[in-house]
Ligand binder design. Structure first.
Ligand code: AMP
Ligand code: GLY
Length: 421
């Protein structure tokens, strides 16, 4: 079988490595992939958002199955375009990807179907939003409606900050068209959990839960990033809570999307907050999380391609999705300065052992050598019988990834360890 994976980050590298365990797969292509992925797949120089070029490549190269991993191409309709040419895909169609593509859509969906989430108001006029933040409860959360690389969320601790965020988004177009509509919502408190779930539109099979570390600095300080590390499972997500989430959130969401004529197939990502009033949805993503995938897929014991195809074919109910009862930790090594400005082009070296456990995100090949090309450069994952051991091993292996100006948080997994105690 010939597989095409659309995307080019650590998540896509983890997906490709997991897919390749299936001996039926003879060739894997990545569009665009990256310098590190090039070890495991044939990288083709097509951007993940260039849908016509992706479709042309897939057709010419007789791709049997395509995995569309990032949010942008999904929201732009990559799956629809590939399916039109008869290429089966993993991922939702455009009309379902809107669950991530528009926060206003997802909030209205949750309200309509009684799915627990933060209370909110939607604004399309600056004046109305400004007058709302003069009286709303503080802190409050201001969110750009559209995709903004995870950066379109401002937690405002004061009215002034809320007014500034609203003005930046609506009048100064800080997030482009993504911010012409804003959602202003209730500030929630509680541990955060990421749950990725396979679904074929009828059956939902959640994967092992995980915990992201979004801030750049130790002890959750500094700016929000795309994620500096992850652990799985998330110790806050007990079996009891999982049951509540299935009943009150996962199944109702699948049902709601069906009722709206927007059947969701693929991986639905539930960003949850475990509040004193029960679990609530912070966000939906229409795809695998990054770097959640880098801890979840190494624990998957079932064949990834088989499960993915079951979501496409509607046979997920009969398909086994089994995870190892073990622990995983992924430590991101970033370019110093990320998520703001940072230098690129530094050569990357690995010990053999580190390379085997590392997913490459921001790296390119220049004059035959692997060099840094992005903010998050690598993610190194270890799997062990205990969380403590997984953390220790992930850090030990990360030390085998070397480049100038490398930066990593030193406390990935520590909060999870405390929670276990
Ligand atoms: P999002 O991009 O929607 O995942 O938001 C980014 C981060 O902002 C989340 O991971 C939370 O830590 C935080 N956040 C988002 N919405 C809320 C909320 N209503 N209350 C408290 N924190 C929030
Ligand atoms: N790690 C958060 C995300 O993928 O959106």
């Amino acid at each position: 079988m010939r597989i095409l994976v659309v995307g080019g980050g650590g998540r896509e590298h983890a997906i490709i490595k997991a897919l390749k365990k299936n001996p039926d797969i003879t060739e894997v292509f990545a569009a665009p992939g990256n310098g590190g992925i090039a070890k495991d797949a044939v990288c083709v120089d097509i951007g993940a958002k260039d849908i016509p070029a992706i479709v042309e490549f897939a057709t010419k190269n007789k791709i049997d199955y395509a995995v569309v991993a990032p949010d942008d191409p999904l929201v732009l309709g990559a799956v629809d375009a590939l399916e039109e040419k008869g290429i089966p895909c993993f991922g939702p169609r455009k009309n379902a990807a809107i669950i991530e593509g528009s926060k206003a859509f997802s909030k209205e969906l949750m309200k309509k179907y009684g799915i627990p989430t933060a209370a909110y108001e939607i604004f399309t006029e600056l004046d109305a939003a400004l007058s709302y933040v003069k009286t709303c409860p503080i802190p409050t959360v201001v969110k750009a409606d559209g995709l903004a690389l995870g950066k379109g969320v401002i937690i405002a601790m004061t009215r002034e900050e809320a007014a500034e965020a609203v003005t930046d988004m609506m009048a100064n177009a800080k997030f482009g068209a993504s911010g012409t509509t804003v959602v202003i919502e209730e500030f929630l408190i509680g541990p955060e959990v990421s749950v990725l779930a396979f679904t074929d539109g009828r059956t939902v099979k959640p994967m092992v839960s995980s915990m992201d570390h979004k801030r750049a600095g130790d002890n959750d300080t500094g700016l929000n990033t795309g994620g500096m590390g992850t652990v799985a499972p998330n110790p806050y997500y007990t079996e009891e809570i999982a049951k509540v989430c299935m009943e009150k959130i996962f199944l109702p969401t699948i049902d709601a999307m069906n009722k709206e004529g927007r059947t969701f197939k693929g991986c639905l990502y539930f960003g949850l907050m475990l509040t004193p009033n029960g679990p609530k949805v912070i966000e939906y993503n229409c795809r695998f999380g990054d770097p959640e995938t880098q801890v979840v897929l190494p624990l998957l014991q079932s064949d990834l391609l088989t499960v993915m195809q079951a979501t496409t074919n509607g046979t997920l109910a009969e398909t086994e999705v089994r995870f190892a009862q073990r622990h995983a930790c992924c430590v991101i090594t970033a370019s110093k300065g990320y998520p703001e400005s940072y230098e690129k082009g530094y050569p990357i070296t690995f010990t053999e052992e580190a390379e085997q456990h590392t997913y490459v995100a921001g790296a390119a090949i220049k004059n035959g050598a692997l060099v840094t090309s992005g903010g998050r450069v690598t993610g190194t994952t270890a799997v062990a019988d205990t969380l403590k051991e997984a953390i220790r091993e992930a850090y030990r292996l990360s030390d085998g990834v070397k480049f100038e100006n490398a930066y990593r948080r030193s406390d990935i997994g520590q909060r999870a360890l405390q929670a276990k105690k």
